[in-house]
Design a protein around this ligand. Structure first.
Ligand SMILES: [Zn+2]
Ligand SMILES: [Zn+2]
Length: 241
């Protein structure tokens, strides 16, 4: 775990055959009101918790988990994390909250083939991904948490309930799996994906001023060139119809 800037911390994903999402911790350490952004792959709860402990963050200061979206590689170890931090609330965009509360796992696994593979590989029962959602996030909400201000942007396309968290004053963007470093974007073939919506979401993100890009996987970028996301959106636009 490393400090990106004061109030933003990064636990790198530990990819296996299936990728493990990065986890970000947001919130001023003195606020005692920290949030995890995503948790990662099934089986990675212990690694994430020990990274938090090793860095000296107190588990009791973690008040919630905010999901960029509810794919398996981001929410897989939520039950493991909940065992260690049972008081943590779960905040999910409204478009994926309903499914999660009903135990409809189509978004979690994305496709049937992947579902059977994961259930076999990790010995997961059907219906394991049924969780109470404590807060349903909406587009354009402003979260005042951990002594910081984060804007919620609904950016569907990779999944229906994908969100970005944007910290305007430090120009930090946490876009989940919608846009990555190296002009890469998230896949758009899974349940709930929509190529046209993804194009619009990328164009929307392209309007933001972003210096620090903290995606769900691969490299994080601390000195993002101006216009990077817009350029990425424009490069991909012909394929997103
Ligand atoms: Zn995803
Ligand atoms: Zn992912």
């Amino acid at each position: 775990m490393t400090e990106v800037i004061k109030g933003v911390y990064h636990i790198p994903g530990q990819d296996e055959m299936i990728p493990d999402s990065h986890v970000y911790i947001i919130g001023d350490p003195s606020s005692q009101d920290l949030s995890l952004v995503d948790v990662g792959l099934t089986g990675k709860g212990r690694y994430k918790i020990s990274s938090i402990n090793d860095f000296g963050v107190k588990l009791e200061d973690i008040k919630r988990v905010i999901m960029t979206h509810t794919h398996f590689d981001h929410i897989g170890c939520f039950a493991e994390i909940k065992e260690q931090i049972p008081w943590a609330e779960l905040w999910v965009h409204t478009a994926e909250a309903e499914e999660l509360e009903q135990g409809d796992e189509r978004t979690v696994y994305g496709m049937d083939m992947f579902q059977s593979m994961c259930q076999t590989q990790y010995d997961i029962e059907p219906g394991a991904f049924k969780f109470k959602v404590d807060r349903r996030l909406q587009d354009r909400e402003t979260l005042q948490i951990g002594g910081m201000t984060w804007d919620v942007l609904s950016i569907p396309g990779h999944s229906r309930g994908s969100i970005a968290l944007y910290h305007a004053s430090n120009k930090i963007l946490i876009p989940g799996d919608v846009v990555y470093a190296d002009y890469a974007i998230g896949r758009f073939d899974l349940h709930g994906a929509d190529a046209t919506a993804l194009k619009d979401s990328l164009m929307r993100l392209g309007e933001l001023e972003v210096d620090i890009l903290l995606p769900g996987h691969n490299r994080i970028v601390k000195d993002l060139p101006a216009g990077y996301i817009l350029k990425t959106a424009q490069q991909w636009a012909p394929y997103l119809t």
